[in-house]
Design a protein around this ligand. Structure first.
Ligand SMILES: *Cc1c(COP(=O)(O)O)cnc(C)c1O
Length: 220
């Protein structure tokens, strides 16, 4: 399977570009993948997964975890405020915190549960209209606001513009994290995770390179 190849490429990139004991978390993005492929990757020992859609994740992960044991689940897709409670119950980490209403909802939920998933703030790094993520000029104030609410923000997440070189976006995100005292960097996908590792990624989100091409959205 491809998982072993990807893990090897991650190791080589770490060796080449980073300091000796640096590590990166490989999030296997299982959205829109058939169950038999997810089984295959679980059998190989992978326990960290990413999903984009809450309903889809709810339809498979409770049962998969019963079969294979507890996994670390990352929500990497846009999150509607009215689904925050359900998301918090399923996911260990949320990468798509990008607005006040969601921060407020997560803070309320965290207070009533007494715990909260680790959070990445998603940055609209290419300043694309209609795209998820907080705009770069509002980022620092937003992080400060989240901290006032005691939300466990551990890093920043971005998706570079399609068809453009990723490295400049990754470098910009790394600078934004540094100036805000954040260690986590969720960046890098199937086509650019080695570049992301070079730029300091702590979490890479790799889907099709691990599982194979996804079924089209139409099937869901
Ligand atoms: C789907 C998705 C990925 C994985 O994409 P691949 O190109 O299949 O590796 C990573 N991050 C986000 C936010 C995604 O939506």
């Amino acid at each position: 399977m491809a998982l072993g190849d990807i893990m090897q490429r991650v190791e080589s990139a770490l060796k080449k570009y980073r300091q000796e004991d640096d590590q990166v978390t490989l999030i296997a993005v299982s959205k829109m993948q058939p169950l038999n492929r997810i089984h295959g990757v679980l059998v190989e020992g992978q326990r960290v997964f990413g999903e984009n859609y809450l309903q889809e994740a709810l339809s498979k992960w409770p049962q998969l975890q019963e079969q294979f044991g507890k996994c670390v689940l990352h929500m990497i897709g846009p999150l509607q405020t009215n689904k925050a409670k359900q998301a918090v119950e399923l996911f260990d980490v949320i990468h798509s915190l990008d607005r006040d209403s969601l921060a407020q909802k997560l803070a309320n939920t965290a207070q009533s549960r007494g715990c909260c998933p680790d959070l990445f703030v998603q940055v609209n790094i290419g300043q694309e209209p209609q795209k998820a993520g907080i705009s770069p000029e509002n980022l620092d104030a937003f992080i400060a606001h989240c901290r006032l609410m005691d939300l466990p923000v551990i890093g920043l997440m971005c998706i570079p513009l399609q068809g453009k070189a990723s490295t400049p976006y990754f470098q910009t995100l790394a600078k934004m994290a540094e100036r805000n005292g954040l260690k986590g960097l969720s960046m890098g996908m199937s086509h650019d995770f080695e570049e992301a590792i070079k730029c300091g990624a702590t979490h890479i989100r790799v889907g099709s390179a691990v599982f194979g091409e996804r079924a089209s959205k139409v099937m869901l």
